[in-house]
Design a protein around this ligand. Structure first.
Ligand code: ZN
Length: 187
């Protein structure tokens, strides 16, 4: 069983002054393990309702909880958009068309060359092991970002799909935006 060594490195008054911010330096309790991380806690119901202590690149910063929740919401919306893209593509028969295209190559190597850049799989070895010219494989392996490009190979264009992909990209980029730092707590 693995345990964690913890050492408190900071304990000071929280923003409202009625509680505390606590930062612990943590490392795995194994002689051969390396590395460390920080864990931070807000011991104050009032400040915990308003703020989050985030660990960024081994620094601890205080950010607004509303920002953290907004970012999580964008992530959820991004996941929902991916499902929408898949359902839409399915309903239009795109994956069936792509499966027929994948089945039209003379060899796996030819399929790899033709689909390189469209697939999440990047090495030819992995491709060889997993390739199957089926709808399920196409669904699993073609990145949603590349779906409009993949469809060009089967002479299909789908403006609705292209808009959905753009919406997904916007959600993704927004969900990656880090909340503004209100205060550096520890570094
Ligand atoms: Zn407080």
């Amino acid at each position: 069983m693995s345990t964690t060594d913890r050492q408190e490195v900071l304990r000071h008054a929280c923003t409202c002054g009625r509680g505390e911010y606590v930062v612990e330096h943590c490392s795995p309790d194994h002689p051969w393990a390396r590395g460390y991380w920080y864990e931070a806690d807000i011991i104050c119901p009032e400040c915990a309702a308003k703020y989050v202590l985030e660990v960024r690149e081994k620094k601890v910063v205080r950010v607004a909880k509303t920002d953290v929740l907004a970012r999580a919401k964008k992530e959820t919306e991004w996941h929902a958009k991916l499902r929408e893209i898949e359902e839409h593509a399915d309903s239009q028969g795109h994956y069936d068309a792509l499966a027929r295209w994948l089945g039209s190559f003379r060899s796996v190597a030819a399929a790899f060359r033709a689909t390189r850049g469209l697939m999440l799989t990047t090495s030819e070895g992995t491709f060889r092991k997993r390739f199957s010219p089926t709808k399920e494989w196409a669904k699993r392996t073609i990145s949603y970002r590349e779906l409009p490009a993949a469809l060009k190979n089967v002479n299909r264009t789908d403006p609705v799909l292209e808009d959905l992909v753009k919406e997904a990209e916007t959600l993704w980029n927004t969900s990656r935006r880090e909340p503004a730092i209100l205060e550096a707590i520890y570094n």
